[in-house]
Design a protein around this ligand. Sequence first.
Ligand code: NAD
Length: 421
Amino acid sequence: MSSLHELDTPTFRLAVAQFDKAAELMDLDPNLRERLKYPQRSLVVSVPIRMDDNHVEVFTGYRVQHDSSRGPSKGGIRYHPEVNLGEVAALAMWMTWKCALADLPYGGAKGGVAVAPKQLSRAELQRLTRRYAAEIFPLIGPDKDVPAPDVGTDAQVMAWIMDTYSQQVGFAVPGVVTGKPLSIGGSLGREEATGRGVVCVTLEALRHLMIDVRASTVAIQGFGNVGSHTARIMCESGAKIVAVSDVEGGIYNARGLDIPALIAKNKGSGQPLADTKLGERLTNDELLQLDCTVLVPAALSEQITERNAAKLRCRVLAEGANGPTTMEADRIVQDKGIFVIPDILANSGGVIVSYFEWVQDAQRFFWKATDIQDRLNDLMTSAFQRTLRFATTRGTSMRMAALMTGIDKVAQAHLNRGLYP
Ligand code: NAD
């Protein structure tokens, strides 16, 4: 792998600081600590593509596998200009703990390309995706490492990866990616799965805190896959969504936003939410500081920091995004008594339904939407209750309880398998 100092970015430092704290609390074997702090395997690739004006541009891509002791590694692919090795490695590490916490037979991985996808034409995006897939081909496969969508990628991108991989091996391999269109082996319910999972554990938290969902207000940062489905399903569950935002800023309505109208207006148009005139404008900073029952960060990492944590006025923080809260902010949020549903628990609905998709592809047998929703609810509710019990009996935070549970399962797998050779 490339030199370790390339990993040294704020997001990687956050993932390692969380791991170190959990490892200390659980008295994890020092030999395992060193291994689990760094990725098992990292690949950095050049992705040259011909742009529509005929010149060639070279993008940098990554695929990092953090751990595969419990099964194939699993994790999304991110297209964003700020993608770097450290961020991808941090996201891969969180995937390892997330899969173990949910009891899925997977390790963690993540990939990405440093690119602004909205600045590419559809043809350029397809060429970029196919060349990136060809470059990471040696690492991926249904029994090795299975990518999925993340920020800036969607079902169409997964379809191009599936096709590129299938062309190389000479037959259709639906199980090489999840989050695909239904026509090529995708699963019902995958697109909304992360949002549905966020809502499932948020409702559990409200029940635990004895707060009526119908009296609850919700603010959501980010209105992409995770944010928009969380908004829609939370609204269907009876809560009032008072604010939502995207990268340009957000909108607010104390009486509750018309979420179906916002989704209809936003879909495909790329129109910034703030320009929709469906609520008063507000900034992303103002959204995070709103007086509300539930705050859902569903955009990027490190949004809640030392700078703004003391100003949070929510009762529940449901982390739809990966790594939205820094270590310093986490301490402040805990001291304020905010109930935190940590990212590796709150947003695990996506990888859970990805697992269902992979199982359906392997069986060549597809399930009904109600089967998927029921099984997702079962897995998420029991993960939430297990984490809450652990946190209560051990007197620790929900974040540490979730991390310690995930890390412990991975540690057990390493100890049982032993050190090769
Ligand atoms: P997406 O690309 O569909 O949407 C991202 C949203 O965040 C967009 O509305 C964008 O405008 C907004 N955004 C970007 N930068 C922002 C900023 N600086 N401030 C405010 N808003 C900003 O991405 P997604 O798939 O919804 O992923 C969102 C988060 O959820 C990421 O942290 C991702 O890793 C995590 N996540 C996604 C999935 C999944 O299944 N897609 C699963 C688990 C976790």
